[in-house]
Design a binder for this molecule. Structure first.
Ligand SMILES: Cc1ncc(COP(=O)(O)O)c(C=O)c1O
Length: 381
């Protein structure tokens, strides 16, 4: 039996139509979109068309000279770093950065880096349901705050965050909000203008696009200062030759996903309900983390109480089920998930928790087979 891939929050298989579009773009020839000759100008047109398409699919203001920016980056990690470090550079005397306690390492480690340079970084508490504690956020804001960073949906629990409340809290104090929407795009409506955030990170490989491309979207007047130094590409905010092929693949992936968003959502929700309901019914030790909060339709974080997540992960791997624990470190063991720690869960639950993330290429038969395998393995262990 071929492996059953339930690790779509780590990365997703490229959609064949995305691969085909990229191949066609490759075959048109590699041309630097900065080149001034005819071929360079054609390449630039493809790049700008991809940028515009992404902008229109994700609700950017594009109409006039106040258009929002979309800076292509090498992925979500770079986009989050550009936001955290780039806004820090632009902040002048303002020195406080506030991040949620459940941010992806590309935000939390970037925050640790700027903290080491003297930035006053504060972390917002997380409620037991997995959502950011907005009351605590209010107590951390001061007149030196230059940015609040909060993700739209968590990569480990799938819990959707109260971004509109956070934006409202910050708007009255004129504090910019950066939103990491990497896991949310394609799984829930994401419309940059409606979100009300100052900046937003997206990444292609989580939605069946190519790995190695993402973007930082910002309001017109809120471009960060660069963290890379080089040429004048992308207004010198993100210098470096843009990859037309990756940009075109990214736009195609978002277009495909958003053609029938409700169909995707219903398919994912249906499979996840079947998955969770069956495991809860069959296994008294199973507990779904974040179940009381609104969640993305495809993520399921399950603690198998009394078991060690590494042991379960390995047994499932041998049986051909691909899922994940917290972030793996070099030794092959794994750190406790920072998100679950921030939620205040007890150590036993954290040590027993595994993340299953479904995708549109999973079939119901695969989900049924995974349920059977998981029940057998957990009962055996
Ligand atoms: C919420 C979130 N933000 C950022 C990233 C980083 O994105 P990338 O892999 O494109 O660097 C990830 C990747 O797992 C993520 O889940």
């Amino acid at each position: 039996m071929s492996p059953i891939y339930l690790d779509n929050n780590a990365t997703t298989a490229i959609h064949p139509d995305v691969a085909q579009t990229m191949l066609e773009c490759h075959l048109r020839g590699l041309v630097n979109p900065e080149s001034q000759h005819l071929l360079g100008r054609e390449s630039r047109r493809s790049l700008e068309a991809a940028r515009e398409q992404l902008g229109s699919l994700l609700g950017l203001h594009q109409a006039d000279i106040h258009a929002d920016h979309l800076f292509f980056t090498s992925g979500g990690t770079e986009a989050n770093n550009l936001a955290v470090q780039g806004y820090r550079r632009a902040a002048g005397k303002k020195n406080r950065l506030i991040i949620s306690g459940i941010e992806h390492p590309s935000v939390s480690a970037a925050a640790a880096w700027v903290a080491a340079q003297g930035t006053d970084v504060k972390t917002v508490n997380t409620l037991i349901n997995g959502q950011i504690d907005c009351n605590h956020l209010e107590t951390l804001i001061n007149d030196k705050t230059f940015l609040v960073a909060a993700m739209l949906a968590n990569n480990e629990t799938g819990v959707i965050q109260p971004i509109s409340d956070i934006v409202n809290i910050c708007r009255s104090r004129e504090i910019p909000v950066h939103v990491d929407a990497v896991q949310a795009v394609g799984k829930m409506p994401v419309h940059f203008q409606n979100l009300g955030a100052t900046s937003m990170t997206i990444s292609a490989h989580k939605i069946h696009g190519p790995c190695g491309v993402g973007a930082l979207i910002t309001k017109h007047e809120s471009a960060p200062l660069p963290i890379l130094h080089g040429g004048f590409q992308q207004s010198a905010v993100r210098p470096g030759t843009e990859s037309v092929v990756l940009a075109v693949g990214f736009a195609k992936a978002v277009e495909l996903y958003l053609k029938t968003p409700e169909d995707h959502r219903q398919k994912l929700l249906g499979m996840r309900s079947q998955f969770e309901d069956s495991l809860l019914k069959a296994l008294s030790c199973a507990e779904i983390i974040g179940r009381d909060a609104p969640r993305l339709p495809h993520t399921s974080n399950i603690a198998f109480r009394g078991l060690d997540r590494q042991v379960v992960l390995m047994a499932l791997d041998v049986a051909g089920i691909c899922c994940s624990t917290g972030s793996a470190c070099a030794s092959g063991s794994s750190e406790p998930s920072p998100t679950l720690v921030a939620m205040g869960l007890d150590e036993k639950t954290i040590n027993a928790a595994l993340r299953f993330s479904l995708g549109i290429f999973n079939s119901e038969d695969e989900i049924k087979a995974a349920i059977t395998q998981i029940c057998a393995i957990i009962s055996m262990l």
